[in-house]
Design a protein around this ligand. Structure first.
Ligand code: URA
Length: 239
């Protein structure tokens, strides 16, 4: 990966066991150069501005705002979730609610700095059904996912990640253009529709649904192990 330059640590914190040469190539976000970085930022702002007014599918009507991805252009890793939840819809930022807190903890435990990754969703509006004072999350359908792919493709083109981590079935379907059996396929990477390796794992909200404490802890550790394997995959790719 020649575009990876030197610099500060980008998501992959070096451990003594990791080879210096490979690790060095992961330090810093992609070395796009000053002109490349400025151009990418301008493109990203323009696309985010267009997405703010998106009416490509009906989901905008029931949401507060478009929740676009965030993170550095040139981030080595892009994390893709399903869609913003209630908290994200209000904040206008991805993964800032309960699932985001689990994701943050798991990334830290895997030695990945969230700030050095680009975090986004397959679908940019919160699909929900009002029920009294609450808004109940609803799964996006295939047509909604397909319409929203437009924005994700722009993000991938601008950010140029070396690896995309699909968090759960909706993200995996979007990125691989097929249904994935998450439990069977997790912990592995394959080339996705955008010609970038896609690493499959669970969605962190799956952990929130587990009532049994021991099971939740066990599954959390598996999630961290998947993220650690994704990091290792990147290190190997750079070696
Ligand atoms: N779940 C997601 O898939 N994305 C978010 O941003 C929050 C929760």
């Amino acid at each position: 990966m020649s575009r990876r330059g030197g610099g500060g640590v980008a998501g992959c914190q070096r451990t003594p066991a990791e080879p210096r040469g490979a690790a060095a190539r992961f330090e810093g976000v992609a070395n796009l150069g000053i002109i490349g970085r400025t151009a990418a930022l301008e493109q990203w702002k323009a696309v985010r501005g267009e997405a703010a007014g998106c009416k490509r599918c009906p989901l905008y009507a029931n949401a507060t705002q478009t929740v676009f991805g965030e993170g550095p252009r040139g981030a080595h890793t892009m994390l893709v979730g399903e869609q913003p939840g209630d908290k994200e819809d209000i904040a206008g930022k991805p993964f800032v609610g309960p699932a985001g807190r689990i994701l943050d903890r798991a990334l830290a435990d895997a030695g990945i700095a969230r700030d050095d990754t680009y975090v986004t969703n397959a679908v940019k509006h919160f699909k929900n059904e009002p029920q009294g004072k609450r808004r109940i999350h609803k799964k996006p359908n295939v047509a909604e996912i397909e319409q929203c792919r437009w924005w994700l493709e722009h993000e991938i083109r601008i950010v140029k990640p070396a690896l995309i981590v699909a968090l759960g079935a909706t993200a995996a379907r979007t990125l691989l253009r097929r249904n994935a059996a998450i439990q069977k396929e997790r912990g592995k990477a394959e080339i996705g529709a955008d010609v970038v390796p896609v690493f499959i794992t669970i969605h962190p909200s799956a952990l929130l649904r587990l009532r049994d404490h021991a099971e939740r802890e066990r599954e959390y550790r598996r999630f961290v192990a998947d993220l650690t394997a994704a990091k290792r995959f990147l290190m190997k790719k750079a070696a």
